[in-house]
Structures are given as C-alpha cells and as structure tokens.
Write a protein that binds this ligand. Structure first.
Ligand code: DNO
Length: 343
C-alpha cells in the first residue's frame, strides 16, 4: 500500500513540510480547487501543484476529486461538453503523473453531517450525523460540511427542481453513460477511476443515491468490467450503512484503488459520531479491515480519513493535522503487522 494524506492545496493551513514528517508517507491527495465544476483544469495549475509536491518530496498520484458536473448526473444533452472536459482534465492529470482519480456520483450534495463539533468525554470533538436533525433541515438553505457553498439559494432551488422525477435507475444509467466515455481515456493514459460511496449511504432529501453498498458496486462492476473501473473503499461511508466491511474488502480487493480508513461509532439506527481511528474507539473493526485488504492483495493508496480535533486544534472539519497524523501512524502499524503476518 501507499500511505497518503489529503492536502487542500495552497489554501490548506497545513504545510506540506509538516505532512512530509508523518512516517511512511508517499504522497498527498489533492485537487485543483478554484476551477468551476465541469470546466477543464488548466495544465499550469496541475503542474504548479505537482511542483509544490515534488519540492516537498511528496508524490501527487491521487486526485480527490475531479467532480462530476450535475448535467452528467442528470443525463442532459449538455453533458457531452462536460464529459469532454473531464476527458481533457484526465489526460492533463496523467501527463502530470496522476494514477488514480476519486469521484462520486451523488446528486447535488456531497458528504453530509449535522454537527461539526460533537464533544467527546476526553474533550476532543468530531463530526457527527443525526438523521432526525438532517431531515428537519431546509434543503434549499444548507450550510453543512461537504456542501458546496458556491450555489446561491436560487440556483440550488433550480437544481433541485431539475432532479424532480430522477430515479435510481436513471441515475445509474447516467453513471454508466459517463464511465463508458471516460474509461477508454483511462485505458489510454493509465488512470484508475475510484468511485466514492455515497456518504451517508442512503437517499437524501428525496434525491436518489445509488452507490450505497454491495448491490450498487456489484451492479456497477458487472455493467462495466473494465479494469480501471474501481472504488474508493471508504470505511466510514460503508460502515454507516452497516456494510460487512471485511467481506467487502475481500470481495473487491482488486477493484479497490484507494482506501479511506476511518472510524465511526454508531449511536442510533442511522446516527453516528466520528471517532479516532483505533479499532477500540468505535464500531468498526479497522484492524480486521486492514487484514482483509492485505490478504486480498490490496496494493492501492490509503489515507487516514476524517480526524477529530485534538490538542486544541481547530481544523477544517474532519481534516485537521494531529488526529489524521495519529491515524496514519496507527494504520501504518496495522499494515506493517498484517503484511508480516502474510509473509
Ligand atoms: C469527505 C470526502 C468526500 C469525497 C468525495 C469524493 O471527507 O471523503 O468529500 O472526497 O465524496 O468525490
């Protein structure tokens, strides 16, 4: 495996020089953040990021995410232009040495939580999700982590209206259509597409979500068996949906290009609080997941996913330095132990 760390580009308050000091780190996971969704990423911007990473002694082989324009998800005729743009961006990324692209296919909203700072007994705080609180929110006026604030209230209303009548079936067809146009480029330039499961993995505000667990992945890989069609194995998302993570890790080992490893503690049927990565800190058996990945021959990228705020840090929600660095160290230890076990 290759241990990586998410870095939000030059706007990130965490310097690459600090990231570099985390043991066993091969590189960072980043993106061009200032280009509107759907537009081509300028080669110069990609190369600038790469240069910064190179200078810090870190690789830039994984991009999270190249976002998919809503017209593609909606299946509108205008999707052709956005698909072409996506292809152009992929080619430029490949020229800069990128090997893996993480993306998702969730309509309108990315990951959602209802509380950014749930305080634990030890004084740390973390993100949490309470379903009853979520459904009370006004979907036309959201301010949540993971939610793109670039839409105005009016634009959001218009976008939601365009999704009226969208079914799971149609959304899946639109995903297949998108990948049918993207995967030939991946064949050509050697990029792996790693779809991120929907987070949380259930329909939101009446909008369908389709990559929510085993059935969705099975369907996707059956429809498009291309070897570049794979997944981001996110324990937090799949774990929130009560998926059998060990089974999934074993089953899909060859399709897992990227692993987001993090811990959650279930506190209700759909409610959860994010926790430190350690297996004993939550409901997910992170050690067993790592063992399953190693046994399955997993060779992809790993990153410690969401961390808590500890030691007085007030980091970007889920993406402070300290707890993610602890997570990386813990995960390194698990991989080392499991890999030795396998020899
Ligand atoms: C949240 C992240 C997601 C992820 C996208 C992938 O912390 O895991 O925002 O980057 O869903 O496209």
């Amino acid at each position: 495996m290759k241990m990586t760390f998410r870095w939000y580009g030059e706007g990130d308050s965490i310097p690459l020089a600090y990231i570099r000091q985390i043991p066993n780190l091969s590189g960072v996971v980043t993106a061009v953040y200032d280009t509107p969704v759907g537009e081509v990423w300028e080669e110069q911007k990609i190369l600038r990021l790469k240069q910064l990473c190179d200078d810090a002694g870190l690789e830039m082989q994984v991009i999270e995410s190249v976002p998919v324009h809503e017209d593609i998800k909606l299946g509108l005729p205008t999707r052709e232009r956005y698909i072409q743009n996506y292809q152009t961006t992929l080619r430029a990324l490949a020229r800069a040495g990128v090997k893996c692209v993480c993306y998702n296919f969730m309509p309108v909203f990315d990951w959602l939580r209802t509380n950014l700072k749930t305080v634990a007994k030890d004084g740390s705080n973390s993100l949490s999700y309470e379903h009853a609180a979520l459904i009370k929110l006004d979907k036309n006026d959201l301010h949540l982590p993971g939610w793109d604030e670039s839409y105005s209230k009016e634009q959001l209303k218009g976008l939601l209206a365009r999704y009226e009548g969208m079914t799971h079936e149609k959304l899946f067809e639109n995903l297949v259509y998108f990948l049918q146009s993207i995967l030939p480029v991946c064949d050509e330039v050697g990029i792996d597409m790693a779809i991120h499961p929907d987070d949380p993995p259930w329909d939101m505000f009446g909008l369908p979500r389709i990559i929510t667990g085993e059935a969705g992945f099975d369907r996707l890989f059956k429809a498009l068996p291309n070897a570049h069609n794979g997944m981001t194995f996110c324990t937090g998302s799949l774990g929130a949906g009560r998926g059998d993570l060990v089974h999934l890790a074993q089953k899909y080992a060859s399709r897992i290009f990227f692993a987001h490893l993090r811990q959650i503690r279930w506190v209700g049927e759909r409610d959860f609080v994010e926790a430190g990565h350690f297996t004993g800190a939550g409901s997910l058996d992170i050690a067993a997941v790592v063992r399953a990945l190693v046994r399955g021959g997993f060779k992809g990228y790993v990153r410690p996913d969401h961390g808590r705020n500890i030691w007085g840090e007030d980091g970007k929600p889920g993406y402070g330095l300290y707890d993610r660095a602890l997570g990386a160290a813990y995960l390194n230890g698990l991989f080392e132990a499991m890999e030795q076990e396998e020899v």
